[in-house]
Design a protein around this ligand. Structure first.
Ligand code: IPM
Ligand code: MG
Length: 369
């Protein structure tokens, strides 16, 4: 059988630095676990724009469709702020999500014990936290038509975006949330704004329909997204799986991320329908951005990107035990006090560079054998 294939799109800013550490981990699996991946690399975002004038070429798009999993670093930077909207780095990422139809975005927020004091919330609120936000990723206000900036014919302008969801778009992401819940705490909380938005009413009704007809064994609750944001910082451990739309999911997942102390810790998986080989269409990326302010200085935290690769092991390659091995290696180096700059709290620790953090995780992987 052919080796599983991975396309690396390191992107901009700290993307290439954190991805360099992931490549070491991928190499380790080949050398030490007999798991060889066919790795190829290409450009996305500003780096693709610099080379080709577009944030994602058709050729790269086709390669992404053909591999088993895409690993993405980060896109964007101040250099590209003034570009026309249609060629902004972010459009490359949005095109990948849309054309690969990656409708289910898994954003775990887990608090590592060694970092519990690092959260802006009190230790007992976050210690042991393990929640999963499932964000719809291919529809809603990010893609709805009509959209644009138009003349209002009275000398002013009007900006329009459209929140639009269909029955099937809601049902398929709801299903992925219920499936995940069954393998975790068996609880789903769905968030929308059914009090002000018709699309929110539909969302609530369809999630309830999927529950009643297909997953009656899973506990389901509904919450308005604003109340959900409040509950997330008040007592996040009340949640297991949260399912929500594209825009609310964008906001709520940043909020949940910060509970854990650092954006530099959080991975994500974006999954679509199964391909011919049974594996889901999949893209893995850290939740953090390109952090242009620290790019190129060896300060970036590679853990979110490394944990994204761990999610690839689990969700694309059915290697849950190997994913756990990576997660435990990360836990070990944190417990040992190793800290990249973003993790340097008042309690101190051993300051390490991006690559030293990667090397320490490799050493912990060696020790796990
Ligand atoms: C995210 C990011 C993206 C989004 C941007 C970079 C387009 O914020 O993945 O959360 O808004 O979805
Ligand atoms: Mg975001």
């Amino acid at each position: 059988m052919a080796n599983p294939s991975i396309l690396i799109l390191a992107g901009d800013g700290i993307g290439p630095e954190v991805m360099a550490e992931v490549k070491k981990i991928i190499g380790w699996f080949g050398a030490r676990r007999g798991l060889t991946f066919d790795v190829s690399e290409d450009l996305v975002g500003g780096s693709a724009y610099d080379a080709h004038g577009v944030p994602l070429t058709d050729e790269t798009m086709a390669r992404a469709q053909a591999v088993d999993a895409v690993l993405l670093g980060a896109v964007g930077g101040p250099k590209y702020d003034k570009l026309d909207f249609s060629v902004k780095p972010e459009r490359g990422l949005l095109r990948l999500r849309k054309e690969m139809d990656l409708f289910s975005n898994l954003r775990p927020a887990q608090c590592f014990d060694a970092l519990a004091d690092f959260s802006s919330l009190k230790r007992d609120v976050v210690a042991g936290l393990d929640i999963m936000i499932v964000r719809e990723l291919t529809s809603g206000v990010y893609f709805g038509e009509p959209r644009g900036i138009f003349d209002d014919n009275e000398g002013g302008r009007v900006g329009i975006n459209t929140q639009r969801y269909t029955t099937e778009e809601i049902r398929r992401v709801a299903r992925s949330a219920f499936e995940l819940a069954r393998r975790r705490g068996n609880k789903v909380c769905s968030m929308e704004k059914a009090n002000v938005m018709e699309s929110g009413i539909l969302w609530r009704e369809e999630v309830q329909w999927v529950h009643d007809n297909e997953y009656p064994d899973v506990e389901l609750s509904h919450m308005y997204a604003d109340a959900g944001a409040m509950q997330l910082v008040r007592w996040p451990k009340q949640f297991d799986v949260i399912v929500t739309d594209n825009l609310f999911g964008d906001l709520l997942s940043d909020c949940a991320a910060m509970l854990t102390g650092s954006l530099g810790m959080l991975p994500s998986a974006s999954l679509g329908a199964p391909m011919a080989n049974g594996r889901p269409k999949a893209l893995y990326e850290p939740v953090h951005g390109s952090a242009p302010d620290i790019a190129g200085q060896g300060k970036a935290n590679p853990i979110a990107c490394i944990l994204s690769f761990a999610m690839a092991l689990r969700y694309s390659f059915d290697l849950g035990d190997e994913a756990t091995r990576v997660e435990q290696a990360v836990e070990k180096v944190l417990a040992d006090g190793l800290r990249t700059a973003d993790l340097m709290g008042p309690e101190g620790g051993k300051p390490v560079s991006t690559s030293a953090m990667g090397d320490a995780i490799l050493a912990a992987l060696d020790a796990s054998l």
